[in-house]
Structures are given as C-alpha cells and as structure tokens.
Write a protein of this length. Structure first.
Length: 392
C-alpha cells in the first residue's frame, strides 16, 4: 500500500480545478493546530489574497479560515443572527433525531443550547476539506466545546457543572453559505458530566417517543449478502479512487461487510489510539478489535456503507488525515453491551477521522449518537414486553 500511496502523491497536477484533491493534499497540513494562534489570525483580519480559489466566498484564506471564523462568530461571539448570513435559507442539518430544515430552525436550536451554556467556547481541533469541482467545498470539522451549565437544558435544570464535549460536523458549503450539514457529538459523556444518570436520561428520552425520523416498522433485506452467496469483494481500484481513498474504503468493506477481522492487525498500527463515543479511549489494536467485535455481537447482520470521503496530505509529516462519513444498518438480535436482543432495526450514522502513516491507520476519532441508539433499543424492548403482556 505504501508504494501505491507514494505513486498517488507523485501524480499531482498544477491546476487547482483540474487536480481537485491533489492540490489540496500538496498544500500540506491545514489543520488549525498546525497554524497560527487565533489572536494572530484575528489580528491579521481576512486575507486579501486567497490561498485557495474560492469564487463566491469573499476574502477567506481557505475553507479552514471560513469554518473557523464562522464558528467563532456564531458561538464564541454569540452572533446567532449571523446564521442568516452563513447558512442557506433552506439548509438541511442532519442529526440522529432527523433533519432540521431551514436556517430559522437552526437558529432556534442554537439559542436553546446557548441558553443552557452561555459561556460556551468552541475550540476547533481539525478541519479536513476537499473541493467538489463545482465551486463548493466539503468540510469536516472536529471540535471541542467547553462551558458551564448555568441555564436550563433538555436534560433538566442548571447544574453549574463544567463540561468538555467533542464532536464532528460535516458541511457542504457553496457561495459563502452552508448548504447541508451532518452533526454528531458525545452526548452520553455530556449527560455524565452534568451529573445526571445516563440510564434515567435514556428512559426520559424514550418516554418522549421516537425521533423525527419516520419509521414504517417494516424493513427490507440486508444487502450485505448476495442472496445465498458471500459478500462481494471490493474489487480492484482501476482508477476509481485515489490510493488513500481506496485503502480506507476497502478496509471498511472487507472488515465490516466481509468479516475479515484479520485486517485489524494488518491495516492498523499495534499501538493504535481510538477516541470513540461515550468516552471510549482505547490504546492498542487488541482493545480496539474487542470494541468493534462488540458491535458485531450485538448486531450480527451489521453492514456498513461509506457515504462520503475526503482527505488531506501533510508533506512535512508524510501522513494523511482522512474524513469518512458512514452508515451502519443492522438488527439488534445479539447479546452484549446493549443487552439481550430486541429485534430492533438500527440505522447508525457516524463520522470518523483517521490519521494514516506508513500504510497503516495510527489514530482515530469516531463519533455516532449512541444515546439515540440505546433509546431506540429501549423503546423496542418496551414494545416487546407490552406485546408479551397482551398475549397472557
């Protein structure tokens, strides 16, 4: 794989529009943590010359500058009304509870959060981005927000507790506005830090009913299997993807759809670092493998689909930073971390950031809404219990 990645790096073209991701990777590490302190960034003001062509975006240096400044304006500076400038009128925001439609609802939801945590500060940990070739950009922002809970929240009255919560927000931006966004954060960790009982919070959430996502109660065949045949192989690249994208997509398919668990030790570093939902902090490929096997145990028919992928290359460190948005579909028929099987059909959307070096994944930040997952399983368990009582 190392030779393929090296060949990929040598194929760069001089034109930004012609080369797409290649120029993005050739510019090196654009992570905020590798750039100036925010005081210097703000003192300089907006760049007069764009480092990356962004027609229709105004005087932003690059997509990182665009995302960082907008996040600061809205949250740290409390300029909620700037959402009117930064979001399209019919922007779509995807969460585990469904889709928020329109920027007015985005503002309403944001004010609710701000009222609960009025001293909130959003610290941007990384922004991975790529052009779409049509004047827009895909961005994946990993951030940590720190605040004190001095107002009411959806969980209850103020606790005064300090919270430190991380998450990932993927955006598609065009013409200086967010068009579509996918957001997920470490909600169970937030509940713990507020001092609330997680199980009770899940119970209360379940009492409020199902999410806005419509469910018919009927589900089709899991397409991971090809009839009575085994899952299809991913196939050769043949120029479909860059070598790094092929490596990541094929790893997901082979491990999660084809059950090739031996690839954990082949594609991941021995001292692998994993930062996951609900405060999972794992060190070593052994613990990470066990954590992933727990999912297969709970959802035996689990399948995964990669919905979106982009990456950046750091020439100085000779490493890739990648962003992958994925969807897991399965049935809670197994045992394990989510209790006895309920038959609940699950649909899990998550986002993963990977650091890849020397042909292996060395560190990962993955987040999905485990709160919503546990709530749906609990509701199904209640339905099953009610059905058994009716049969008596």
């Amino acid at each position: 794989m190392e030779k393929k990645v090296q060949a990929d790096k040598n194929k760069r073209q001089p034109s930004y529009l012609e080369s797409g991701l290649e120029v993005a990777e050739s510019r090196g590490h654009l992570s905020v943590v590798m750039r100036e302190d925010i005081t210097k960034m703000w003192a300089e003001g907006k760049a007069h010359v764009q480092e990356v062509p962004m027609p229709g975006f105004g005087e932003w240096r690059d997509p990182v500058d665009f995302i960082v400044r907008h996040t600061y304006d809205i949250w740290d500076d409390k300029g909620m009304g700037k959402i009117y400038q930064h979001y399209k009128h019919n922007a779509l925001v995807h969460t585990s509870d469904g889709v928020t439609y329109g920027r007015d609802q985005v503002i309403a939801n944001s004010i609710t959060k701000l009222a609960g945590y009025p001293d909130i500060k959003d610290y941007i940990d990384d922004v991975i981005w790529a052009p779409d070739g049509n004047g827009g950009f895909h961005t994946s922002m990993r951030w940590t927000w720190i605040a004190h809970n001095t107002g009411h929240t959806i969980y209850g009255p103020p606790t005064g507790k300090k919270v430190v919560v991380w998450g990932v927000a993927n955006c598609y931006v065009k013409d200086n506005r967010v068009v579509e966004e996918w957001v997920t954060y470490n909600e169970i960790s937030l509940i713990r830090q507020l001092g609330f009982n997680v199980e009770e919070a899940i119970e209360q959430s379940a009492n409020k009913g199902k999410s806005a996502r419509y469910e018919t109660g009927t589900y089709g065949e899991n397409v991971r299997l090809n009839g009575e045949f085994p899952p299809k192989e991913f196939g050769e690249n043949n120029g479909r993807y860059s070598d790094i994208e092929y490596f990541v997509r094929k790893s997901y398919h082979d491990i999660y759809n084809r059950r090739m668990f031996n690839l954990f030790k082949e594609n991941y570093a021995n001292d692998y670092l994993y930062h996951g939902p609900s405060d999972r902090e794992l060190v070593g490929i052994g613990d990470f493998t066990q954590d992933q096997l727990n999912l297969f145990q709970a959802f035996p028919d689990l399948s995964i689909e990669v919905n979106d992928f982009y990456y950046m290359y750091d020439k100085t460190r000779d490493e890739y930073r990648t962003a992958t948005r994925w969807t897991i579909v399965g049935t809670h028929d197994g045992i394990g971390i989510y209790g006895p099987g309920t038959g609940q059909h699950v649909y899990i959307t998550g986002i993963s950031h990977h650091l890849i070096r020397d042909g292996k994944m060395v560190e990962e930040w993955t987040i999905y809404d485990e709160m919503a997952l546990r709530r749906n399983i609990l509701m199904k368990r209640r339905e099953n219990e009610a059905a058994r009582e009716r049969e008596l």
